[in-house]
Design a protein around this ligand. Structure first.
Ligand code: ADP
Ligand code: TRP
Length: 318
């Protein structure tokens, strides 16, 4: 595994079935970086972040296992990248604590995720409040240069960059400043109700849906639209086909929403089918996941442990 390339790192929380928003917003870009080979890539299962949402050991294990299968079925290749689980690298939580000590409450109170939870009157856990510091640790531990994510994560990466700057100012140059990588066209994939597609809104098209599920979900897409194109149908369709290809279809079926939805079902199923087949094929081999995580964990720990030692020396506990 080469180590002199710049580092690229990203992750997803194991909190439910991955959806096409996760694919087009994040995983698709990961695959492109994996193919061009410009960076050493680290792709993580953010299980400690997920603990804020999943509080059953059985569910956590199942969701973690499922997310590894998702990465693999979607085309992430553990021979080319480091695929690992956050909790297998203790330095993440250690560094998050050190960041907590240089971070102020008012600064964290400005985080969108925290403000949203507060606004909804939820009882916010300390883990939710600190979420950006653990994510900063995930990123900065590996001297990450680039973080490919969907638009909703932009602020978290700004937090990581600010935290790196602050630490460097107090303790001397230690961390690389990371940049987000967000593709504008797919920055926010809409769900079937037109809001951002998200596991927490129950409006997703899961990545390995059956043909029947795709049909039901597409038919449920909300189509109150002022123009003659059903915007929510078109926005999802646009992920799969070029504007020119779609112009032909949408002109031919102008105003006929059912026919346009049927065309979307065809295209979605053609896109999902190979991944769905790969997913079921992989699911029948339980050793694969354990072996991959063991190897990835080892590689991630090697790099993270070297960095945390540098941090310990910088703050004077080592
Ligand atoms: P969810 O909102 O469904 O819980 P996650 O927070 O686990 O999704 O997101 C994992 C990755 O997928 C992140 O990089 C996130 O930005 C991206 N992502 C999630 N939903 C979308 C969406 N609707 N459009 C674009 N990217 C998305
Ligand atoms: N917060 C991210 C999300 O909800 C997941 C995540 C955790 C992550 N650690 C990360 C993404 C580090 C990129 C880099 O989607």
């Amino acid at each position: 595994m080469e180590t002199d390339k710049p580092i690229l790192l990203s992750g997803i929380k194991p909190t439910g079935a991955a959806h096409i928003g996760n694919y087009f917003g994040a995983i698709k870009q990961w695959k492109e970086f994996q193919t061009i080979g410009s960076h050493q890539c680290y792709f993580m299962i953010a299980d400690y972040h997920a603990l804020n949402f999943v509080q059953s050991a059985g569910d956590m294990r199942d969701l973690t296992h499922d997310l590894v299968l998702t990465y693999l079925a979607a085309g992430i290749n553990p021979e080319k990248v480091v695929l690992f689980k956050q909790s297998d690298v203790p330095a993440h939580t250690e560094l998050a604590w050190i960041f907590d000590t240089i971070t102020t409450m008012p600064y964290l109170e400005r985080a969108h995720a925290y403000k949203d939870a507060e606004a909804k009157g939820k009882e916010v856990s300390v883990g939710t409040f600190n979420y950006p510091m653990l994510m900063a640790a995930d990123i900065l531990l590996y001297n990450t240069a680039k973080v490919p994510v969907g638009h909703d994560q932009k602020q978290h990466i700004e937090y990581a960059r600010d935290t790196a700057e602050k630490f460097n100012r107090i303790y001397g140059d230690t961390f690389t400043l990371p940049e987000e990588f967000i593709v504008p066209d797919v920055a926010t994939v809409p769900g079937v109700d037109g809001r951002k597609m998200s596991k927490s809104y129950n409006n997703t098209i899961p990545l390995f849906s059956t043909r029947h599920e795709i049909e039901e979900l597409v038919m449920s897409i909300v189509t109150d639209s002022s123009g003659d194109r059903p915007e929510n149908v078109y926005a999802i369709h646009r992920l799969l086909k070029t504007e020119r290809e779609l112009d032909a279809v949408y002109d031919e079926h102008q105003g006929r929403y059912k026919a346009l939805k049927e065309a979307l079902v065809e295209d979605l199923d053609a896109f999902i089918k190979p991944m769905r087949e790969k997913y079921h094929e992989l699911a029948s081999d339980p050793r694969t996941v354990a072996d991959i995580l063991e190897k990835g964990g080892q590689l991630a720990r090697e790099r993270a442990n070297a960095k945390i030692e540098e941090v310990r020396r910088a703050v004077g506990v080592s």
